[in-house]
Structures are given as C-alpha cells and as structure tokens.
Ligand binder design. Sequence first.
Ligand SMILES: Cc1cc2nc3c(=O)[nH]c(=O)nc-3n(C[C@H](O)[C@H](O)[C@H](O)COP(=O)(O)OP(=O)(O)OC[C@H]3O[C@@H](n4cnc5c(N)ncnc54)[C@H](O)[C@@H]3O)c2cc1C
Length: 282
Amino acid sequence: MWSGPKYAKHYRDLAEKMDVEVRTSTTVLGWEDSLTPALSQREKGHTLEFTSPSGLGVVNAQAVLLATGVRERPRSARLIPGKRPQGIYTTGSLQRFIYQEHLPVGKRAVIVGAELVSLSALMTLMGAKVDCAMMITEEAKHQIEFPYVAMKWILADILSRTPIVTNARVTNIFGQKQVEGIEITRKDGTKQLVECDSVIFTGNWIPEHELARMGGLQIHPVTKGPVIDRNFHSTVKGVFVAGNLLRGVETADRCALEGKWAARGMAKYLEIVSTGKSPVSQ
Ligand SMILES: Cc1cc2nc3c(=O)[nH]c(=O)nc-3n(C[C@H](O)[C@H](O)[C@H](O)COP(=O)(O)OP(=O)(O)OC[C@H]3O[C@@H](n4cnc5c(N)ncnc54)[C@H](O)[C@@H]3O)c2cc1C
C-alpha cells in the first residue's frame, strides 16, 4: 500500500533517472497533421501543438502514447435542472477542495453514484467530518464488486450508516448561495426532498478522448475509447493508447501495467521504423 504522493514520486524519479523531460502545466491542443490525415504523411511521425505558461509550442515524435484518462460526468453533462448554488462537486473536485485547498465543503452531503469511486467520496467526507445523507443510483443495485464490496460494508454500512438508494435519480437542486436540498425521483415516479448542503457527482465516467478524436483514431462505440490492437497500437500509425482513456474505468495499478505493455509495443514499433522493416499491424 502506497500513498498517492509516494506513488507519484516513484514514477517521477524513474522519469528523471531515464532523463525524460516532464512538462507540467502544459496542455496539448491538437495535432499539426490532423488536417492531413493521409497515412503516408504520418510515416514521418506526429507533431503535437501545446500551450504552456511560456507560450505555444510544438513537439514532434515518431510514436505518441495517449494516456489522457477519464473524467467523472459532472452535473452539467447529466442535465440536472435547478439552481447553481455553491456546494456541487465531483469526487475529484471534492478531494481537491478538502486535501489540497483545505476548504470546508458543508455538513451534510448526498453522493450521486454507487460505484467504487463513490466510496472514495464517502471516505473523503468522513475524514472531513461531513455527514452523508445517502448514496443514490439510477441502477437497480450498487456497482461495487468483490473484493471492494468489503469496503462498502465497512465504510457505508457499519461506520457511516449511509443508505444506498437505488432506482432513483436527482431531478432538481435547490438553494440560492449554498445548496439547501435536492429532489429525488424514484422509478415509480414518487418524489422526495432531501436536505443537504453539498452534492457529490461520482463516477459515470467519460474517456477524455478529445485528442484521440482530433487525431482521427477510431473510437469504439461501446467503450468510447480508441480501438487498439494487442500492442496497444491505435488505428493511426505510431499512436498508442493506454490507461483509462481506453474505457471508464480501471484502478491505477491496471492503468500503470497497461502503460508498461504499451511501452513495449512502442519500443517494438520504433525499432521497426528505424530499421525500415514493414510496420507492425494497425
Ligand atoms: C476522483 C478520483 C479518485 C480516484 N481514486 C482512485 C483510487 O483511490 N485508486 C485507484 O486505483 N484509482 C482511482 N481513480 C481512478 C484513476 O483515475 C486511475 O486509477 C488512474 O489515475 C488512471 O490513470 P491514467 O493514466 O489512465 O489517467 P489519469 O491519471 O487520469 O491521467 C491523465 C492525465 O492526462 C492529462 N491530460 C489530459 N488531457 C490532456 C491534454 N490535452 N494535454 C495534456 N495533458 C492532458 C491529465 O491532466 C492527466 O494528468 C480515481 C479517479 C478519480 C477521478
């Protein structure tokens, strides 16, 4: 078991040891070659455009690994009507508020979602001494599978006594400055008002596939992540994909292993490109 900072440091140290430049606060905006998608053009590699505090720039590479991850679906993407008061979070923003900014997030919360990350949100709330009125899911049952279901028993059932309300969804949010309550609607149409001062939208993941789409990678209709072969090579020559961009969502260990496997595919690809042999399968 490692803490997040220790885990991050391990990989940062590895990158430093291998003399890999790491550019933070830098966002890749797109592909310089996206308007000329002919594969023959891409044999020369790819040019990515980025923006950073020191301005715009480009970087060229023969092989690119896309590992842009996933996002939790926020309130706006779930089309939930109502006011826009303070107190509406995703798990990510809740954890940033509490652990990074040390800001108060309220006294009584509702967690929307009942999957593994929803338990992370619950644990974060418990640590900040915020009560949780309920976890609510539109599904018929929670999606916390073995072995993690033991965490649900300990955190939700025993320690915090948080009920999981199934077959129900949030249909309104009330409050002027701060959230004052929500309306939930059950599958049979009955409505209930729940008093709370914060609402945490958890999970319901969307792969961060903007760059992949702009690069012309084929996207799988079910996972919404790029299609890859066994070498983690996408449908665009020289572009590899690993991690949660492939689908929502797996745990960090699985994503890290995929990074390793994709790196092997990339090394093989670069060797073939540099020796001029025929390229690996697409
Ligand atoms: C709130 C939250 C809590 C979680 N808790 C756990 C947990 O406790 N344990 C666990 O195993 N998993 C947890 N997960 C799942 C976690 O996301 C994965 O385990 C892991 O981080 C996925 O790794 P990844 O490399 O695929 O993507 P990420 O770690 O999400 O990394 C994607 C990176 O790509 C960058 N990026 C995206 N677009 C661009 C762009 N255009 N230009 C430049 N950079 C870009 C992002 O800034 C980010 O740094 C959690 C997820 C969330 C959201």
